[in-house]
Design a protein around this ligand. Sequence first.
Ligand code: SF4
Length: 364
Amino acid sequence: MIATFPHLGTMAIFCKGIAVACGFEYLVPPESTRRTLELGCRNSGDGLCLPYRMILGNFIEALERGADTIVMLGSGPPCRLGLYDLVMKTTLADLGYRYRWLTIPGGWRFEDLRRLEREGRRLRHEVRFRQLARLPYALKVGWQKMVACENIERAAQRIRPRELTRGATEDAFRRALALVDAAEDLPDIAKAAEAALALMERVPVDTELRPLRVAIVGELYTVMDHRINCGVERILGELGVEVSRGNWFSVHISRNTGLNRALRERREEILQASYQYLGYNVGAECNVSVGETILAAREGLDGVVHILPFSCMPESVASAILVRVSRDYDIPVLTLHLDENTSPVRLTTQLEAFTDTLLWRRRK
Ligand code: SF4
């Protein structure tokens, strides 16, 4: 069995960590490039969302290199993520690939757990008892790596707008992630996480600067994956903006498993705020995008960047409502629709113009 998984932010680092700790063979898909997206677009229908296309491209490239088991995240309606497996399986079979599919449920729904059991049964002859017994430890390794990566990302969000040399944070950020990636067991990860944060803190900064503060809200995949959003966080940071976002793996996992009380309460606060405009929970991140924008205005942030893939139903609803939220709460909202033709130059120009507007408002 050679397992593969899609790229999403720093996911490859902790998925690899889990596979290594369990002793499973794995194959990280090549970095998402123009070719990845072209493969995804060529083999999918017109109405399918950008994350679908990129993920399909990741899988095709991984299967081309010898992977034979696809591990994918699941979700519920109305987001199409929960239906990706049905369509992708048919497409990949039509393209002549032979593989197994394993969906990790996005929650505790009975039918999702049944599906996991059914799909897992097909792999039972290839998984040794020793590997299964190591799974709890491996999950802990994956969790610690994920938290370490997120702490590095948060540090980068804070340091980037204050850096004295353009690009110094990005350089430290890459090296910090590599340290966590290379760590193998729990004590090693703890040391690597500490060294990585120390590396970030060594970036020379202007301690007096009071940067603009902007929240990034929107569809999970496009907010969290720098490959698909052309590095929105980095561009904003290098324009002197401190960004924050609520989309983190640890937040979604803790929220879906109901394990973290503070996160449950914060989500409730976000949803309550959104109910002024939406009578019910529309699904995916729709209400969260609306609620987080309202809270950003209440908490005194300078603006909000809303990112969504073209044809995403939940976020299209949010984007229509955010026009009213922006007016009612007097907070500038920049909406970025992403598709396969999005140009990094166009995106940078939009972000520069937005930042200029925010600076002008602050001076006023
Ligand atoms: S939230 Fe939208 S873009 Fe994301 S997977 Fe669901 S439908 Fe596609």
